[in-house]
Design a protein around this ligand. Structure first.
Ligand code: GRF
Length: 201
């Protein structure tokens, strides 16, 4: 499967996906790295690693950003889109175009703590574990089918930062593994139709 990774910042999950994708037995390859912010540090890393990079400036493009992105994805014959710290809400029309073919990683054990500041919420609630989730993207934020999760223990004295640091290590293990599993199943036309129907109902 040909995977596009979309990032907005640091790109450490993008790097984890890229490095795992280099293994001979990995069923996906990173065929495109793109971002909505041209100065995202992760794009510099992707370029240095020789990954095909197309950066689009979402702010400058306005509404045409999503069409421009779609054109790039089609040009690169992309099968799957992996969001990795992509800080933009995806319009429903775009989600429908790629129904069942966009995955995301979120730093909590969904359905707990959608949105931002997940580790602070886990700490405030006195949770004993945090973690990360890889899920399918649907028009509703952080709510699609869960494809895989990993738990991370919360330690006495943890701050949101120290906890996020350990969750990030776990994310780097989880994301390539779950993406590989997901990419290994066939993307038949009928299955894609079912995904589109499921979104519409
Ligand atoms: C990760 O914690 C991810 O779960 C969240 O945003 C962060 C991105 O970090 N969606 P990076 O850019 O992959 O380093």
């Amino acid at each position: 499967a040909r995977v596009a990774v979309l990032i907005s910042g640091r790109g450490s999950n993008m790097a984890a996906l890229l490095y795992a994708g280099r293994a001979d037995d990995c069923p996906y390859e990173i065929a495109l790295v793109s971002g909505d912010r041209p100065n995202a540090p992760g794009l510099t890393l992707a370029k240095a690693e020789g990954a095909p990079v197309v950066s689009l400036d979402a702010r400058a493009l306005g509404k045409s950003y999503w069409d421009a992105l779609n054109d790039e994805l089609e040009k690169a014959s992309i099968d799957l889109i992996a969001l990795a710290g992509f800080m933009r809400i995806i319009p429903t029309t775009f989600v429908e175009r790629w129904a069942g073919r966009i995955v995301n990683i979120h730093p909590s054990l969904l359905p707990r703590y959608k949105g931002l500041h997940t580790q602070q919420q886990a700490l405030d609630n006195g949770d004993k574990v945090s973690g990360a989730t890889v899920h399918l993207v649907t028009p509703e934020l952080d709510s699609g089918e869960i494809l895989g999760q990993v738990e991370v223990a919360i330690l006495p004295g943890d701050s949101a930062e120290t906890l996020a640091g350990r969750v990030l290590i776990a994310e780097h293990q989880l994301y390539p593994r779950i993406l590989a599993r997901y990419a290994a199943r066939p993307f038949e036309a009928k299955w894609i139709e079912e995904q589109v129907d499921a979104l519409a109902s």
